[in-house]
Design a protein around this ligand. Structure first.
Ligand code: DX5
Ligand code: ZN
Length: 221
């Protein structure tokens, strides 16, 4: 069964001086998720937002808050992000001692959990957890900054993971993050992704273009 294509704008590319307004505008423009790239300047070379920012932005939209943790350690921040309003929490398995424990903690609060694969990490790393997770996030750039170029080798990885999900008849979202744009979105969707994270492409041109940007990414015809 064809999964609905969802767009998750990354606020990393939004105007930080008016974050609340940006969240309201991109939500009205048709975003399915709001993607928060949480970076600690340790696991990745950049520093972005914490639970308090997420908490203050919660009141600007009802959309799903899709929180991508590029931090280490992870466990002590799970509850603060859940209390701040996160609906989905995704983390990189190499940032935790015991992925099962972290997954159980997130699920104990009835939130969705995702595992994240950097371009150099093989998908086999997360296969032991497939029955416990709701989302797989394939990084198509090395995390840290928006506006990077999509790493084409990840298309084959997306195809392999999609085949595995279909073979095991799992209901898992396959999300792709990094360098997604109007020119490559169709081939990423055709490879099997059903959630596209996009910062630069969604926020390009300012508010009056947001709806068109989102629709252009979803277009597969
Ligand atoms: C990791 C970040 C970026 C961001 C998307 O660096 O996760 O991938 O969300 O950035 P764009 O869409 O501008 O490539
Ligand atoms: Zn991300």
């Amino acid at each position: 069964m064809k999964k609905k294509i969802k767009i998750a704008p990354s606020i990393l590319a939004s105007n930080f001086s008016i974050l609340g307004e940006e969240i309201t505008a991109i939500s009205k423009a048709g975003a399915d998720y709001i993607h928060f790239d949480i970076m600690d300047g340790h696991f990745v070379p950049n520093l972005t937002f914490g639970p308090d920012t997420v908490k203050f932005l919660r009141k600007y939209t009802k959309k799903v808050f899709d929180v991508h943790l590029m931090i280490k350690p992870v466990d002590k921040f799970i509850i603060p992000f859940i209390k701040a309003g996160a609906d989905i929490i995704s983390f990189h398995p190499e940032t935790v001692k015991n992925a099962n424990k972290t997954i159980s903690l997130i699920k104990s609060y009835k939130k969705k959990v995702g595992l994240v694969l950097n371009p150099n990490i093989n998908e086999n790393k997360i296969y032991p957890y497939l029955s416990k997770i709701d989302l797989i996030l394939v990084m198509s750039v090395y995390p840290g900054f928006g506006g990077q170029k999509f790493i084409n080798s990840q298309l084959k990885k997306i195809e392999r993971i999609n085949k595995k999900i279909e073979k095991e008849k799992l209901t898992i979202d396959l999300e792709v993050d990094g360098g997604v744009n109007f020119n490559n979105a169709k081939k990423i969707i055709n490879a099997g992704a059903n959630v596209l994270v996009a910062g630069t492409s969604c926020f390009k041109g300012g508010k009056r273009f947001y709806k068109k940007n989102i629709l252009s990414l979803k277009k597969t015809k």
